[in-house]
Structure formats: structure tokens, C-alpha cells
Design a protein around this ligand. Structure first.
Ligand code: NCD
Length: 306
């Protein structure tokens, strides 16, 4: 039984195949429109979501399959105290595959251990978000034509931002990758990413506080929102929330072929005036998220279309 709990659950070869499949789906969506006839995806969302839940659902619908699920913990039996293990063993009686988002780190892993159907981790607390990473990799590949030899700036809440943790985990496997970690002191990357991922893979990185210092050297700028829901204290959040604002003026410091990605939702960290810059790629990224999740569902269900 295959699950996607961390981006490392796919080897680089499997990842390459999956991204190629996503590109094929983009070129020829009609070929795949009955690939999941009779299959059902369950979305088990214990935390808010717009893109991640709906893009999994769109992906399954585009493949001809069905969808079911819940979009908040209080509308499920979690409110009565049911464990994720028991929930998943129940859902497996109704669905063929499940995408799960939960505020607790490690929850999708716990669910996967008892699950007779593939589990997709759609975000586990401040830990990992592997399907966002697949989306990010497809976006980078489509925009730059490669996944190696580049300098990637990740900016904002590097402490709680699970999309950043997963992206770094995945990118250190390619050659010639450098990271610039741009954050306030209080929101620096946790040591389980710095030591266990960056240092362990000998990936070069520098940590800076000012976005302006990093911008000129970047090939990709990955902006993130300050993760309000993970702060213990409101005052600290208010102090951090507008630390970075990317605007037209700052974009002048960047290369002509530096693309701006963001997993969204955006709060204030990218000014709307940047949206019209051809280097703003975050809404294209949303579209790629559907193709890559179609490819992921096919891969985990082991469905091949010739
Ligand atoms: C991200 C998440 O949920 O971690 N959103 C998403 O899935 N696209 C980023 C965020 O919420 O800031």
C-alpha cells in the first residue's frame, strides 16, 4: 500500500515520472477523463483549506471519479473523540483513497499505519505538506525547465511553514541547489530541517533577515504567510505579520527570470500590484496543483492509461 506522507516517500525517479505524467495530463486532459471511473476520493479536512481540498476534489472529478468528505473537525466524529485511526478504517469502507489534513504533526502517518487505502498527507500541523511540494516542483520545472542548479529564496515564516519544510526536503536531492533562508530571528527554520536535511545533505544555505539583500541573487522566490494559527501568543503574531511585503519597488532588485511562488493564501506579504508582473507565478502554481494531484492519484492507485 502506497501513501504520500512526506515528499521523500517518492524516489527521485518516481518523482520524475509523476511530474512527466502531470505534464502529459496538462497537454492531453481528455485522455485521462475516465481513468478513475468508479473510484472515490475522500477528503478528511480537520483544518481550514481552499486550494488543497478543492484541488484534490477537482483532480478526482477530472479523472471521472467521485468525491466525498468533511471540511472541518467539528462536522466529523472527531468532535466526539474518535481517533484518526478509527476514522480511516471507517472511510476505507466507502472510498478508495483519502487526502487528510490535520492540525497535529504526524497525524497522517498515524492514520496510514492502519489504513487499507492510500493516504495523502494534505498538511500535518507545522510539519509537512508534500502535495504542495509536488505542485511547487511542477511549477519550477515548467517555468525554468529544470529542477537543479538554482538559488531558491524561501521567505517568511520558516519556523511554522510546512510548505517550506517539505520543499527543502525535496529540493536537497537535486544538484547545484542553494537556499537563501529569509526570515526574522523569531521565525528561523527549525533545527530538524537545518541539521537533519540541509546540513546532512551538504546543501549550501545562508540565513538573512532583509529580503532586499537576497533578491538580486535568486532564481526562485518562495514567499509564505506568517502562520497565525500556530502562534502561542497573539502579540507576537501581530509583531511579525507584516515583516515582509514584496512590492513593485522590491521586484526591481530581482532578476528578469526570477519567478515568485507562494502556496497561498496570501495575506499582506505580496502586494497585489505584483500580480501583474510576468514573474508572479502563484496563480499558475494553483493550476499546476490540479495536474500534479491527478498524477498523484493515478500513481497511488496504480492506474495506467495508454
Ligand atoms: C499552505 C498550508 O496550508 O500550509 N496552504 C496551502 O495548502 N496552499 C500555506 C499556508 O496556509 O500558509
Amino acid at each position: 500500500m502506497r501513501h504520500l506522507i512526506s515528499p521523500l516517500d517518492l524516489t527521485t525517479d518516481e518523482l520524475k515520472n509523476l511530474l512527466q505524467l502531470a505534464q502529459e495530463i496538462e497537454r492531453n486532459p481528455d485522455k485521462f477523463k475516465h481513468a478513475c471511473d468508479g473510484k472515490t476520493l475522500a477528503t478528511l479536512f480537520y483544518e481550514p483549506s481552499t486550494r488543497t481540498r478543492l484541488s484534490h476534489e477537482a483532480a478526482m472529478l477530472n479523472l471521472g471519479g467521485n468525491i466525498m468528505g468533511f471540511s472541518s473537525a467539528d462536522s466529523s466524529s472527531a468532535a466526539k473523540g474518535e481517533s484518526v485511526s478509527d476514522t480511516i478504517q471507517t472511510i476505507a469502507c466507502y472510498a478508495d483513497i483519502a487526502a487528510m489534513r490535520h492540525p497535529k504533526e504526524g497525524s497522517s502517518y498515524v492514520a496510514s499505519r492502519k489504513s487499507p487505502i492510500p493516504i495523502i498527507n494534505a498538511g500535518d500541523g507545522g510539519h509537512q505538506h508534500p502535495t504542495q511540494t509536488l505542485t511547487d516542483l511542477l511549477t519550477i520545472l515548467n517555468l525554468k525547465g529544470r529542477l537543479d542548479n538554482m538559488t531558491i529564496g524561501v521567505c517568511g515564516d520558516l519556523k511554522f511553514g510546512r510548505t517550506v519544510h517539505s520543499l527543502i526536503n525535496a529540493m536537497v536531492r537535486y544538484t547545484g541547489i542553494k537556499f537563501v533562508l529569509i526570515s526574522p530571528e523569531e521565525l528561523r527554520i527549525p533545527s530538524y530541517v537545518r541539521e537533519d536535511v540541509l546540513d546532512k545533505n551538504n546543501t549550501p544555505y545562508e540565513e538573512v533577515v532583509r529580503l532586499e539583500d537576497a533578491l538580486p541573487k535568486l532564481d526562485i522566490l518562495y514567499m509564505t504567510r506568517v502562520q497565525k494559527e500556530r502562534f502561542f501568543n497573539e502579540e507576537e503574531y501581530l509583531r511579525m505579520k507584516d515583516f515582509y511585503v514584496l512590492n513593485k519597488e522590491k521586484m526591481k532588485l530581482a532578476k528578469d527570470d526570477m519567478y515568485v511562488l507562494h502556496p497561498l493564501p496570501r495575506v499582506n506579504e505580496i502586494s497585489v500590484e505584483v500580480d501583474e508582473d510576468p514573474r508572479a507565478a502563484y496563480f499558475r502554481q494553483v493550476q499546476y496543483g490540479v495536474y500534479v494531484r491527478m498524477a498523484l492519484i493515478l500513481t497511488l492507485l496504480d492506474i495506467h492509461v495508454d
